[in-house]
Design a protein around this ligand. Structure first.
Ligand code: NAD
Length: 259
């Protein structure tokens, strides 16, 4: 018995990092998975690996910042697998030139908000009607611990985008609470994925961040995928509008251990 038996799950940004690991885990737990991305070769590969392992998966190209693509990915899930029960809005970017509020260019703001905020909104806009038709379901919107904590090593557009995801999630949760749709935010701490590794390639930047993590290590994509599985499954049936923080203790800390 899988925890997602009989469910159709749509995962954006499924070609890499946490989305890729979650696609595998959700399929192993019995979901029929539609994974989407803009990295088509990698996305097709993840879907093929899942099928080779005996799961059901289908890759669809969808740039989440383009509304027609968001509509298309939902249509693909419904046409291919007959409905939609889990929508995991995971795709997101942290752009290299995103920095202090005094230096960040308008183009960085536009691209970050288009993908991280409008991308989540478009997923919900087109996913919710399909979920209502399917008898309800669970939406997981990926925010971040930076939606809760400020950093002096700032990435202002990214941080603002994740705050928007958090507040949008609450509003969607309240609006659809009596219609069978739950909507929660997942707030990862620093997780070892390609998105973060580009930032931590510099050893000094790495150490500066590590010191603030009570557990003293980065999280693993598997640890986040398990939290996403909890939100996706009926195990979290009385949870909506919540923020699940999975961050090795960062948001709990005032002073971290010395050793
Ligand atoms: P990742 O870069 O490994 O994977 C993100 C995926 O999203 C990539 O496959 C990428 O091609 C895809 N993507 C980018 N733009 C897209 C678009 N416009 N449309 C569709 N797909 C697109 O990153 P990750 O670390 O696995 O991040 C997943 C989510 O978790 C993101 O929303 C990120 O902001 C969030 N997050 C990550 C961390 C971390 O430390 N890694 C921490 C907090 C939150």
């Amino acid at each position: 018995m899988g925890r997602l038996d009989g469910k159709v799950a749509l995962i954006t940004g499924g070609a890499s990092g946490m989305g890729m690991v979650a696609s595998r885990l959700f399929a192993a737990e019995g979901a029929r998975v539609v994974l989407t991305d803009v990295a088509d070769e990698a996305g097709e590969r993840v879907a093929a690996e899942i099928r080779d392992a005996g799961g059901e998966a289908h890759y669809v190209h969808a740039d989440v910042s383009v509304e027609a693509d968001a509509a298309g990915m939902v249509r693909a899930a419904v046409e291919r697998f007959g409905g939609l029960h889990v929508l995991y809005n995971n795709a997101g970017v942290m752009l290299p030139d995103d920095g202090s509020v005094t230096t960040t260019d308008e183009a960085i703001w536009d691209r970050t908000l288009a993908i991280n905020v409008k991308g989540v909104a478009f997923g919900c806009k087109h996913g919710i009607p399909a979920m209502l038709d399917s008898g309800g379901g669970s939406i997981i919107n990926v925010a971040s611990f930076v939606a809760w904590m400020g950093a002096a090593t700032s990435q202002t557009a990214y941080t603002a985008s994740k705050g928007a995801v958090l507040s949008m999630t609450r509003e969607i949760a309240v609006e659809y609470a009596r219609k069978g749709i739950r909507c929660n935010a997942l707030c990862p701490g620093p997780i070892e994925t390609p998105l973060l590794m580009q930032l931590l390639a510099d050893e000094a930047a790495r150490q500066r961040r590590f010191v603030h993590i009570p557990m003293g290590r980065l999280g693993r994509a598997e640890e986040l995928a398990r939290a996403a599985l909890f939100l996706a499954s009926d195990d979290s049936s009385f949870m909506t509008g919540a923020s699940l923080i999975v961050d090795g203790g960062i948001t709990a800390a005032y002073v971290t251990p010395l050793d």
